[in-house]
Write a protein that binds this ligand. Structure first.
Ligand code: ZN
Length: 502
């Protein structure tokens, strides 16, 4: 065995021990969200924090640091998976070590407070109540940026927490070309009079029947129920609790047909990614994807490119009609148009496939300016509203539905929002590549055969996706750096057809 290989084995052993605490913390979290009696909330938060802290302590231990140091210069002797793993652990280790423990503790405590204040401020729609806490979080993040180091833009020091390999310049290039085409296209769709009839999706849909539908769709996309399960929560999520245990949750709304089904497909996409990890890294616990954009690309692909496609519904619609007989009299085409309705909403999480990225673009502009100190927190509500007007042509009713709608900044997550947009773009870029390589992909989906798609993802994206940077992965798999062209083409082609634009 080469020296590098044996060092990697040492590293794996150390990571395994850390990972046990990481996975245990995930199990505590999953239980809290799905089963735990309500009075345990406070106690559970403490247990969770203690177990999670143990993970972090072991992950950033001196032994890990020393092993990483010995590996420097020898990485090329490892196979690509080993190299990627060393790179990823090295990245986590260095970033963790850059922040003095006292500063990190102060930040963690402040973010807990900021979160509570944000909840109160949102309830009362009172931005001023949140302002000091937000200023404090930005102060922390500026200190972090200085410690991580950067060339020109402090925001670039924060992005690698969510999207390593992507810079603010990349984002500006992507956003500029997308904005030019997308803003007028959305206006065109909004002005069209032949709107899909959304009311087809509203009615009374008993939970047990919706669950049947969700389970069937998970089975269809290839979710492995021997290594996972589906449960119910208020906010759907995906969580991995061990090498062979990835669970998804969804939220059944009795009056809405599409909400739970599409959430299930979204989380199912995340779960397929986690279930497809290479055996070399399966045991290693990560508290988030390396590139959140790539993780999100997998959920968006199954939610939108598959789950809102005509091919998928040609196969799945009869199953829906079997469960909800009302749809026997609704033509497939009307149903397909209804799940693809486009309308501007002030709330990001309710945005449709077309307008979603616009929400992200202006959030990026605002948070970058905040970190660079170009704008002041006190002016945020006004700036937010004018950006929303510029990008979406609407104004939120109040700050609760505007600048206070998202939790991210209260937790100190600056640099997270772009991953949502990148996820959409990566999904389209990858989906274009798979369609070029598997010519009859859509035809197979029409027959209910999603195996070729999953097999392709399992070969090209899933094995080392959790440890590779997005630009690398995309260049290798699609031949191009991340760009917005494929997503825009996909959107135009799909919605030109749905809205009858010639
Ligand atoms: Zn997601």
């Amino acid at each position: 065995m080469s020296e590098a290989r044996s060092l990697l084995e040492n590293l794996s052993e150390l990571l395994k021990r850390a990972s046990m605490f990481g996975y245990a913390s995930n199990l505590l979290y999953w239980d809290q969200q799905t089963k735990m009696p309500i009075d345990e909330a406070k106690g559970r938060a403490e247990i969770y924090a203690t177990v999670k802290a143990e993970w972090f302590k072991l992950l950033t231990s001196n032994e890990v640091g020393e092993t990483l140091k010995k590996l420097v210069g020898k990485e090329t002797e490892l196979d690509p998976g080993g190299q990627a793993l060393v790179r990823r652990i090295g990245n986590i280790y260095e970033r963790a070590k850059a922040i003095p423990p006292d500063l990190f503790k102060a930040f963690s405590e402040a973010s807990l407070r900021a979160y509570t204040v944000w909840v109160e401020a949102k309830e009362k729609s009172d931005f001023k109540h949140f302002q000091p806490a937000l200023e404090e979080m930005i102060g922390f993040k500026n200190k972090f940026a200085e410690l991580y180091g950067y060339e020109k833009n402090p925001y670039d020091a924060l992005l690698p927490d969510f999207e390593p390999g992507i810079t603010s310049e990349d984002l500006k290039r992507i956003i500029q070309s997308l904005k030019e085409k997308l803003v007028p296209f959305v206006s065109l769709l909004i002005e069209k009079s032949n709107k899909p009839n959304e009311s087809l999706l509203r009615g009374h849909f008993p939970e047990d029947l919706q669950r049947q539908l969700s389970l069937e769709s998970l089975r269809l996309i290839g979710f492995n129920f021997n290594q996972g399960r589906l449960d119910t929560t208020v906010h759907p999520f995906t969580i991995t609790i061990g090498a062979d245990d990835t669970r998804v949750t969804t939220n059944f709304l009795p009056g809405e047909l599409d909400s739970a089904l599409l959430s299930t497909l979204h989380e199912g996409g995340h779960a397929l990614y986690d279930q497809g990890r290479d055996s070399l890294i399966k045991w290693v616990y990560f508290d988030r994807g390396y590139s959140m954009g790539i993780h999100e690309s997998q959920s968006r692909m199954f939610e939108n490119m598959v789950g809102k496609s005509l091919s998928y519904w040609k196969f799945f619609y009869p199953k829906l009609q079997n469960i909800f007989s009302y749809y026997e009299s609704v033509p497939l085409e009307d149903f397909y148009r209804a799940i693809n309705v486009v309308k501007t909403s002030p709330i990001r999480i309710y945005a449709d496939e077309v307008t979603y990225n616009l929400h992200i673009m202006f959030r990026f502009e605002i948070e970058e300016a905040l970190i660079k100190g170009e704008i002041e927190v006190k002016d945020l509500p006004e700036i937010w509203n004018s950006k929303m007007q510029e990008y979406l042509g609407i104004l939120p009713e109040n700050d609760a539905k505007g600048v206070l709608q998202d939790v991210h900044w209260s937790l100190g997550y600056f640099g997270y929002f772009p991953s949502y947009m990148l996820g959409n773009l990566y999904a389209a870029q990858l989906f274009d590549a798979v369609k070029r390589e598997i010519r009859d992909l859509e035809e197979e989906i029409t027959k209910g055969n999603l195996k070729p798609l999953l097999a392709w993802l399992r070969e090209k994206v899933h094995p080392f996706g959790l440890v590779r940077e997005a630009p690398d992965l995309l260049r290798e798999v699609t031949g191009e750096v991340p760009n917005s062209q494929y997503w825009m083409e996909y959107i135009k082609e799909k919605f030109d057809q749905i809205y009858g634009i010639s």
